[in-house]
Structures are given as structure tokens and as C-alpha cells.
Design a protein around this ligand. Structure first.
Ligand code: ARG
Length: 397
């Protein structure tokens, strides 16, 4: 069996649990490198010390950015208009690798350490079902009925190294796209998040006093550079994280509607991805027609919901992406943004070859070519039905 392994309490306890309670003789762990900046060699050793027969590390960073983060940017993907899916996007990719490894080593089951209350279990299970429908999915943490403290004791009994997070009251998920922080005192929605939970973003107080202006360059709806520097996808995310994070932009505090029906209080920091989505959305305002922008709003809202709800490998998401792709060939140009004290303010946008903005039509100067006289006839018809309604209404009063 292959177990998705993070080195945290739940997945570590899973190893002895799978062996003792499920009688599984060989547990192979898989650790995904998603740019979380942890020492994966240490995590690998922890898996082996906890009883794994083999521990595989997979570098998924490029894949994660190119095939998951970039489509999300094109889709301006924000769940509930706020959350850029930094955690949600990683799950189908990890699931894909789990299935691949299961095939390589001839495993007949995969496992993950998700609890029964979150969204991640749904994303893993649905993706595994889509890619490896014959594989059994084993989910110890959904079945074992142990509190966190009991799980730690169980692990200690079987000699897994003491979990580092024993003292941390939070549940934290980290990758290159952002961090999600839950639980502990954050469970009181009125409680302000303490400053020490943040790692990618500066506080507003500590952010520099002087603003910094940057330009983000896009080609076919994908970011290709910042300022005059052309960057590869991973470099772009890193640089956007550094710039926005330093100025304290990219924190989210929200009440989120989970798939399992509960509301939960979530804190995120996702500076780079939020910055790039903001810039991308702005560039669309000058390069896309209003009806396309309007309809794309519906499509991208649905896209974000599907990804949040676990349908990454699904027919509707695929169909929506075909629509999104067809809109992006004209999304070329640059957006100028001022970073300052927690804000990312758009201060300019330019598209050399795809701008639908016409200064000769928009201007109030003498260069105006707009035919003002035509407005009268247009308004006569535009307001006709409303006028009929208003007349009837005043008569009936
Ligand atoms: N609520 C977020 C989501 O559904 C974050 C989940 C964090 N996952 C975790 N295992 N800590 O995407």
C-alpha cells in the first residue's frame, strides 16, 4: 500500500496503525515536494523510523505551478470570492502521484491521513477514484476515533519519533502557493488572528513605509515576467510571493463553507497567487469583450467551486477549461501595481496588440470621434419597455 505522507501527527500515526490494525505488511510512504520549504530528507527518515518499508520523495513543484496554479490564474479562481485554493489545488496532484506509484510497485491500495471532517479527504478520494478506480482507499484517521492526544500516545507507544507539532495548537498546510491555518484559538470567529501564525506575509505595521510599483507581464493569460525580467512559472510565483508578502498583501480571514456542510474559520496567506490573479483579472478588463467577461465570471466561479469540492478530474471542469482557454489568446499585456501597507493597488494596464480600449472613442477632448447624436435613438428604444411600465403604473395609482 502507498500512504500519502506529510510527517505530521496523523500521517505518522497511520504507519503503525495500518500495520497493526489493518495487518498491512508493507507501507510505502510518498512525500510530495510542493515547495513547502521543509527538509524532506528528515521527513523521509521519520517515515522509515515510524515503520515504513520504503519512503519516496516526489518533486512536484514545476508540475504544481504549471498545471495547477496557472490554470487557476486564468480562471481568476477564488472560492467564495476570497480563497485562491492554495491547498485545494495540491490534492489532485498528490492523488495522481499516489496512483502512479501504486501502479509502479503493484500496490493494491492507497491511504491518506485525512480526517472525516475536512475537504481534503474528498479531493483525494474523488481524484483516486477517477484515476485508479480499482484501487482501494484506506483512511485510518477517518475510522480510528482517537483524539489528537490519543493519536499522539498511540504513535509514541509504537515508537514513532515525538511529533514536533505537539505544542502547536494549529492545523497548518503549506505549499509554494500559500499557507492555511486552522484550529486553536482561531475557532472563535471573533478572535483576531495572532501575528505569529503568519510566515509568508509581513504585518501592515512592519511593511515598508514606501510603496513599491511593479509590472506583471502576461502572454495568453499566463504570467511570463515581472518588470523587465522574463521568469519561468516557478520563479514568477516565488517572486510574486516575495514582493507581495513583504508589503503585507495576501492575508485572508474568512468563514468558509466546507463541502461537508459545516462553516469553518480559515486563515490563509497566499500573497503571490492573489497578486497574480488580481493582475490577470485587470488585464482581462481591457482585452476581453463585456459579454465574455460577464459569462466568464459565471464559468470561473463554477470552476473554483468544482476544484474546491474535489472535481478536478471531472467532465464539467474540463469543459469549462475549454471555454476559459478560448478566451485567453488575447489576454496579452502588462498591469502596473502599487504594493503598499497590505494593499496591491492597480495603477495601470496596457495591451499593445489586444487592447479593446479606444482613446478616440473614450476621450472628452476634441479628438472625440464618438457620434453623440446616435444616443437619442438608442435611448428611445433602450428605455421603451421601462417607459411603458412607468406610464401604466402612474395611471393605476
Ligand atoms: N479549508 C481549506 C481547504 O479546504 C484548507 C484545508 C487545509 N488542510 C489541512 N489539512 N490543514 O482547502
Amino acid at each position: 500500500m502507498v500512504l500519502a505522507y506529510s510527517g505530521g501527527v496523523d500521517t505518522s500515526v497511520c504507519i503503525p496503525y495500518l500495520k497493526n490494525e489493518y495487518g498491512i505488511s508493507e507501507v510505502v510512504t510518498f512525500v510530495a515536494d510542493l515547495g513547502q520549504g521543509e527538509d524532506l530528507e528528515v521527513i523521509k527518515q521519520k517515515a522509515l523510523k515510524s515503520g515504513a518499508s520504503e519512503s519516496i520523495i516526489g518533486n512536484l513543484v514545476d508540475n504544481f505551478v504549471e498545471s495547477y496554479a496557472f490554470p487557476a490564474i486564468r480562471a481568476n479562481a477564488l472560492y467564495a470570492e476570497k480563497y485562491p485554493l492554495s491547498t485545494a489545488l495540491a490534492r489532485p496532484l498528490i492523488a495522481e502521484k499516489l496512483v502512479n506509484i501504486a501502479r509502479e510497485i503493484n500496490a493494491d491500495a492507497v491511504a491518506h491521513g485525512c480526517t472525516g471532517k475536512g475537504n481534503d479527504q474528498i479531493r483525494f478520494d474523488l481524484a483516486i477514484n477517477a484515476l485508479g478506480p480499482d484501487l482501494k482507499i484506506i483512511t485510518p484517521a477517518r475510522e480510528w476515533n482517537m483524539s489528537r492526544e490519543e493519536a499522539i500516545l498511540y504513535g509514541e507507544k509504537f515508537g514513532i519519533p515525538a511529533p514536533v507539532s505537539k505544542k502547536s495548537p494549529y492545523s497548518i498546510d503549506v505549499n509554494l502557493l500559500g499557507r492555511s491555518i486552522e484550529a486553536g484559538l482561531l475557532e472563535d470567529p471573533m478572535q483576531e488572528p495572532p501575528e505569529d501564525i503568519f510566515a509568508m506575509t509581513s504585518s501592515i505595521a512592519d511593511a515598508p513605509n514606501s510603496p513599491q510599483d511593479i509590472e506583471i507581464v502576461f502572454k495568453n493569460g499566463l504570467p511570463i515576467g515581472i518588470g523587465n525580467e522574463l521568469l519561468n512559472p516557478v520563479e514568477i510565483i516565488n517572486k510574486a510571493n516575495d514582493l507581495a508578502g513583504a508589503h503585507g498583501f495576501g492575508r485572508i480571514d474568512m468563514i468558509e463553507d466546507r463541502v461537508v456542510g459545516i462553516k469553518s474559520r480559515e486563515i490563509y496567506e497566499s500573497p503571490g497567487l492573489l497578486l497574480l490573479i488580481k493582475a490577470h483579472q485587470e488585464l482581462e478588463t481591457i482585452t476581453l469583450n463585456p459579454d465574455v467577461i460577464d459569462f466568464k465570471g459565471i464559468v470561473q466561479k463554477k470552476w473554483a467551486q468544482l476544484v474546491y469540492q474535489g472535481f478536478w478530474f471531472g467532465p464539467l471542469k474540463e469543459a469549462l477549461e475549454a471555454f476559459i482557454s478560448s478566451t485567453q489568446t488575447s489576454v496579452n499585456g502588462r498591469v502596473k501595481i502599487r504594493l503598499h501597507k497590505g494593499n496591491a493597488i492597480v495603477i495601470g494596464r496596457l495591451s499593445e496588440n489586444n487592447s479593446l480600449y479606444r482613446e478616440d472613442l473614450a476621450t472628452y477632448s476634441q479628438d472625440d470621434i464618438f457620434n453623440h447624436k446616435q444616443a437619442e435613438g438608442f435611448i428611445y428604444m433602450w428605455g421603451m419597455s421601462n417607459k411603458i411600465w412607468a406610464e401604466l403604473n402612474s395611471k393605476n395609482k
